[in-house]
Structure formats: C-alpha cells, structure tokens
Design a protein around this ligand. Structure first.
Ligand SMILES: Cc1cc2nc3c(=O)[nH]c(=O)nc-3n(C[C@H](O)[C@H](O)[C@H](O)COP(=O)(O)OP(=O)(O)OC[C@H]3O[C@@H](n4cnc5c(N)ncnc54)[C@H](O)[C@@H]3O)c2cc1C
Length: 492
C-alpha cells in the first residue's frame, strides 16, 4: 500500500510565492515519495453567515479558481470541499484511508488568527488527532506572529508606537520563497469536489460594481504590488488626499486572503530610508501600515473579548442611541454631511473606502449619531472587499474611543474641517455626491451654511440633497455627556 498523501489546506494564503506551508508540504511529500493533495474548504458561515459579504465571496471565489489553474500548471490541482471543515476533513481522511493504509497523514496549513479560525482549527485538530493526522501549522498570514512580540513584562502590546519599533527589528528580511516549478502528483483516485455550487452561486454575486472591485488572483495582485512600488515613496504626501485614487496601495483585499505575502512586501522595502528632519519617508509610513495590520491581529488574538465588546470594557457602559432613521441615513449616504455621504456611497459602490473616509464616517456614526460602533462594524463587513475582522474591529474601536491607542473620547472629528483638510477642492465629494457637483468649496462641504451658493446653482436642500440630520455642535455636546456619564470612575 502506498504512502498516504500529504494534504495542503489552503485558507487565507491563496498564492504560490513565499508560501512556507506549500514549500514544506511539497518537500515532505517528495521526501516520502508521497502524493500531495491541495484542498480548499468553503465554510458555509463565511459564504452566508451574518458576517459574510457577497463582494468578498466573489473575490475569494475568483481567486480560488485562479489558484486551481496555477496548481494545474504545476502538475497538481485544487480539490474544493464543502465545509464546515469539522465535517469535511474527517470525511476526506476516511476516504483517503481506504486506499492509503494506516500510516500517519500529514496536513499542512498556514496559521490564521481570527477568533473563528482559532476555534475551527482547535476543533479540527481534536477531531483529526485520533484519526492519525499530524497538523503542521506554518507562518505566512502576518509578518510577526501574535505571540512573538510581547512587552518586556511579557504582556501583549496595547500601544502601537513601541510595538512598531520592536516589530521592525523582528521582520525576517530574507528573500521570498520562490513559487514551486512543479508539484508532487495528486493521489489516485483523487477525491472529488463536494462544493455546493448553488449556495456559492447565490452568494458570490457582488453588490458593488464589478469593474470597481480589485482584480482577483495572485497574478493581478502581484502586478498591482509591483506597480505600487513606483508610488510608495510618495505615500507620505498623498495617502490622506481622499480624491487621490493612487495615493494608497489598494492591496488590502489581496492581503486579506493572502494573494500576497505581507512579509515579502515589507522585506523588499528594507532597509527603510532614514527618518530625515523628523519626516518619515513614504516607504516607512507604508511599511508601518502593514505593521498596523499585524498589530490589530495580535490585539484580537490576545483580547478575543474585543470581537464583541469594547477592548476597554468600561466603554460598554455607554448608552447608545437606537435611532434606526439615523442609522439608515448613515448607511445610505444621506446624512446631509457631504463628506460622510461620499464615503458611505464609495463603500457601497466599490466595496472599498479610503482610510481617511473610514475614520470620518466611523467617527460620525459613533460621535455625531451616538450609534453603537458594532452597527458600523457590521455594515462595513457586509460591503468591504477587504473586510477583515481584526483590522475592522481595531479601526472601529479606535474611532469609538474604546480600543487600543484610541484618541481621547472628547476629541471629536468635525466633518466639515476634515473635509476641508482632506478634500480641499471638493473632488471626492463631487465624485460620490454628484447632486452637489456644481458647488465649489467651501459650500460643497457645508451646503446648509451657503444658501446663496445653493440658490445660484439651483439646489434645494431637503429636495435635491438632505438637510443635515444632526447639528454637529449639539451632537458633540450630547456625546460628551453620554461618554462622561459612562466613563465616570466608579464611586466607593
Ligand atoms: C473604521 C475602520 C475600518 C477598517 N476596516 C478595515 C478592514 O476591514 N480591512 C482592512 O484591511 N483594513 C481596514 N481598515 C484599515 C484601512 O482603512 C485599510 O487597510 C486601508 O484603507 C486599505 O487601503 P490600502 O490597501 O490602499 O491601504 P494602504 O494605505 O496602502 O496600506 C497598506 C496595507 O496596510 C494595511 N493597513 C493599512 N492601514 C491599516 C489599519 N489602520 N489597520 C490595519 N491594517 C491597515 C492594509 O492591509 C493595507 O492594504 C479600517 C480602518 C478604519 C478606520
């Protein structure tokens, strides 16, 4: 009887380059003269659960299809299984056992750190160990693994700046692992795909405009990352301009499902240009964003309660408003604050939102409308093609004041000031709120304050574009009161 196949379970690592688990699995199989079985498991909760997104499912499905093609070019293939993994894997093992005897089966995978992935992987490990399966978890989703970087006192970092300093020292700057040129053969007979195509078809139709979504697959992601290298030095000066569509890398969706290795992207920017006269280079700033990604991953790893509640638990005492009318206006980009509406409409139309707009819209929901950050977190997750539990949660909690590094709650973004600073010509608003396109700055950012400009271009508030749904100054006072009541130190 032949040696049992080595299984390579692809998850959020849908690439061939710089893929430690792929390289290790192929080498292990070769050494034993065994076959290699690459698999992907479609988790029903990720396709159709409360935190799923048709935009992400589409991007994932297309990327999985491309990976399958790339594997075929290497003499292998990808067997897609219907999840949950806790059912699919034991079934696969018993199928393989029928032809491969009782030798230990090796299963290689890339570590994933989300609360869902941890729970799944623990359950799978418990189920597979008695079936004689040895799991080999490798790195590759983040640059520095969550438990690799702790403070001097052995506690997790809750502040980013010292984390980043130490993180930079820990980056493995070696050359990327090359994509294999050939892979061991598939086992025969090869297990059949069990994917529920009907379920997938129903949930993989993007809600965003398809031509606005990033191109799926490793090849397109790599081409995009290579083009970005020509712009990265300008990142420091361009990243905060809302209308500048090439001011940031737009690599977040590719990083989310591992079409690219974050370690490779960082390593190729090293050594970073020195900090000159207090100015950070574009390269350094950009690399520091990848460190934010690792930072929020380790925050959730060490504080899983933050997935559902405030990272600083005292913030759970805030009395949020349940005004559905305000929440709907925010979701629909109809708040009467053009910069907020532009961001919200960009999200729905493209599955992406500029980072600065994410901060402005999140601040508006939590601080102007006093609506629970979890409502916003869920809405973002429904639409973002880069929707990532850790980064999204970290971003929302930062904006609500309840997270790590959070700005003090009494520092509240003024949406009009933000608009003036980061959309100085009104170009971003003009693109996403076309009914205001005839207005110039400053009127386009605060139309209610410019009745003459409105009448000159024939725009009537409340008819052509909403009146502001709240008064920012009043909302600010209400929020300060609500936060200070909740956060008052307990007496006695
Ligand atoms: C409320 C809120 C929600 C967010 N939700 C998400 C999310 O679901 N998924 C997500 O990837 N990012 C999220 N971010 C972070 C950030 O907005 C996006 O990563 C960024 O806009 C993606 O665009 P880019 O690829 O052009 O980024 P770039 O500016 O080119 O940055 C490069 C990469 O670094 C990472 N990155 C950048 N900023 C952050 C950050 N603050 N936190 C974590 N990683 C970061 C991303 O992987 C990004 O692709 C959120 C931020 C806020 C304020």
């Amino acid at each position: 009887m032949s040696h049992p196949p080595v299984i390579l379970w692809f998850r959020r690592d849908l690439r061939l380059s710089d893929h430690p688990a792929l390289v290790a699995a192929a080498a292990f199989a070769k050494e034993r003269g065994a076959s290699l079985l690459p698999i992907f498991i479609w988790e029903p909760g990720l396709i159709a659960g409360p935190r799923s997104s048709a935009n992400r499912t589409w991007f994932l499905r297309e990327s999985v299809t491309e990976l399958a093609g790339s594997l075929r070019e290497l003499g292998s293939s990808l067997v897609e299984l219907q999840g949950p993994a806790a059912t699919a894997l034991p079934r696969l093992i018993s199928e393989l056992r029928a032809t491969a005897g009782s030798d230990e089966i090796a299963l290689f995978l890339t570590r994933d750190h989300t609360p869902f992935a941890r729970k799944r992987d623990r359950a799978v490990a418990d189920l597979l160990a008695p079936l004689g399966v040895q799991m080999h978890a490798k790195r590759g989703l983040v640059v520095v693994e969550p438990e690799e970087l702790l403070t001097g006192g052995g506690t997790p970092y809750g502040v980013y700046t010292p984390y980043f300093r130490r993180w930079l020292e820990r980056v493995d700057a070696s050359a990327p692992l090359p994509a294999p040129k050939k892979l061991p053969p598939l086992p025969t007979p090869t297990p059949k795909s069990t994917v529920d195509q009907t379920l997938l078809d129903a949930h993989a139709v993007p809600t965003a405009q398809i031509n606005e979504l990033p191109k799926p697959g490793e090849r397109a992601a790599r081409a995009h990352a290579d083009a970005w290298r020509r712009l990265v030095s300008e990142y420091a000066s361009r990243r905060n301009t809302l209308a500048d569509t090439a001011g940031t890398s737009h690599l977040s969706a590719a990083l989310h499902i591992g079409l690219l290795s974050p370690r490779e992207l960082v390593a190729r920017e090293l050594p970073l240009p020195p900090v000159q006269e207090g100015e950070r280079s574009g390269e350094r700033l950009w690399v520091s964003q990848i460190a934010w990604r690792d930072f929020y991953t380790q925050v959730l790893w060490h504080a899983p309660h933050a997935a559902h509640g405030a990272w600083r638990p005292s913030y759970d005492a805030i009395k949020w408003s349940d005004d559905q009318r305000l929440l709907e206006a925010w979701k629909n980009g109809a708040t009467g604050y053009p910069i907020v509406d532009a961001g919200m409409r960009q999200l729905v139309a493209t599955g992406f939102m500029h980072n600065r707009a994410r901060m402005i819209t999140a601040s508006f929901l939590t601080k102007d409308l006093l609506i629970d950050w979890r409502e916003g977190e869920a809405h973002f997750l429904r639409h973002l093609v880069d929707g990532d539990i850790a980064a999204n949660n970290g971003g929302w909690q930062w904006c609500a004041g309840s997270g790590t590094d959070a700005q003090p709650y009494f520092r509240i973004f003024n949406p009009v000031t933000q608009a003036g600073n980061f959309d100085p010509d009104g170009e971003y608003v003009r693109r996403w709120v076309p009914e205001l396109a005839a207005l110039h700055t400053p009127a386009i950012h605060a139309p209610w304050a410019h009745p003459k400009a409105l009448s000159e271009v024939g725009i009537t508030l409340g008819v052509d574009y909403p009146e502001p749904i709240v008064d920012h100054a009043e909302a600010r006072q209400r929020t300060l009161a609500a936060y200070s009541v909740a956060l008052k130190p307990e007496r006695g």
